[in-house]
Design a protein around this ligand. Structure first.
Ligand code: FAD
Length: 273
């Protein structure tokens, strides 16, 4: 089983200290890699580089930077990838990123598939390329069929494997994997697991990224109010059951959206081992 954990680059000194501690705790279970988001949620791209280099140099765990290409130029992407290669990094999570509102000139790349092809062209097989997958459809896609076709094209452009957006409905994941296999894609599609610890934040994320919170879960989260302890206990049970269901149907790799907290990702991961 391969487990990976995702962080966002901290902006404050306290945030950096906290993340160091989190990384140390998670390192104990020998993760496959630690990934770090890029430019998401207002974080700076320099902070990604700093976090990634720190992980690669100090954690004894491979670092995998996310790299989004929207609103960027080939020369900038090339320079960053060269820096990663020089630091011994050989895994990239290649993304389009969200189009900033009001931006008309979106740069040299329009879709993640173009970034994947560019990385393959410039670096041959040096990087293992992960891409994003959406079992419940990317929110801007025209429909599920075109989204799946675009995903397949992205894989065929040279990606090695994929990580999904989070979901709480295992059927959506298995149906997605079946559908892409019918298009000739057998590469691993790792479920992205989002622990449930905060009702308001989860609603906000899900509104943005299109992940459905099943009604029964939403209704139960709504009654916990300020009782975060009970909410977290319920969330842990729900997500633990999801992981069990995935594992029992043959899933071997799991990617955790840690939100820079070691618990409950660590608890969920330990339950899988
Ligand atoms: P794409 O694969 O390019 O798809 C985007 C949309 O375009 C889809 O609707 C697709 O159907 C459509 N499309 C693709 N190709 C074509 C085509 N040829 N013609 C017409 N339509 C097409 N965001 C960040 O900013 N930073 C991060 O670090 C980050 N990490 C992420 C990690 C994971 C695992 C996931 C699942 C998402 C992450 N995101 C991140 C969010 C991601 O950037 C957004 O979801 C973004 O809107 C789409 O990126 P993508 O790489 O999936 O795009």
């Amino acid at each position: 089983m391969q487990l990976s954990f995702e962080f966002f680059p901290p902006r404050t000194d306290q945030g950096k200290l906290n993340l160091k501690q989190v990384r140390q705790e998670l390192s104990a279970i020998k993760p496959h890699y630690f990934s770090t988001t890029f430019g998401a949620g207002g974080t700076t791209q320099e902070a990604t580089l700093e976090t990634v280099l720190d992980i690669q140099a100090n954690d004894g765990v491979s670092a995998a930077p996310h790299l989004s290409c929207i609103d960027s130029e080939k020369s900038k992407i090339l320079a960053l990838l060269s820096q990663y290669k020089a630091a011994g990094i050989n895994r990239i999570v290649a993304l389009r990123g969200d189009i900033p509102s009001g931006v008309r000139d979106i740069g040299d790349f329009h879709y993640a598939s173009e970034l994947v092809a560019f990385i393959r062209h410039e670096f041959n097989d040096h990087f293992h390329i992960e891409v994003a997958a959406y079992p419940e459809m990317h929110p801007q896609a025209k429909n599920m069929n075109t989204d799946i076709q675009h995903f397949a094209n992205k894989m065929k452009a040279g990606a090695n494997s994929a990580i999904t957006q989070y979901f709480y409905n295992a059927d959506a994941y298995f149906r997605f994997v079946d559908d892409v296999q019918k298009l000739g894609i057998d590469a691993p599609i790792t479920p992205g697991i989002m622990p449930i610890t905060n009702h308001t934040q989860l609603l906000r994320f899900s509104n943005m990224c299109g992940s459905e919170i099943p009604r029964w879960i939403e209704k139960r989260l709504a009654v916990f109010g300020d009782d975060l302890e009970s909410l977290s206990a319920f969330g842990l049970e729900v997500v633990d059951n999801l992981c069990d269901q995935l594992k029992s149907q043959g899933v071997e790799n799991f990617h955790f959206y840690t939100m820079n907290k070691s618990q409950p990702s660590l608890q969920l991961a330990k339950n899988l081992l």
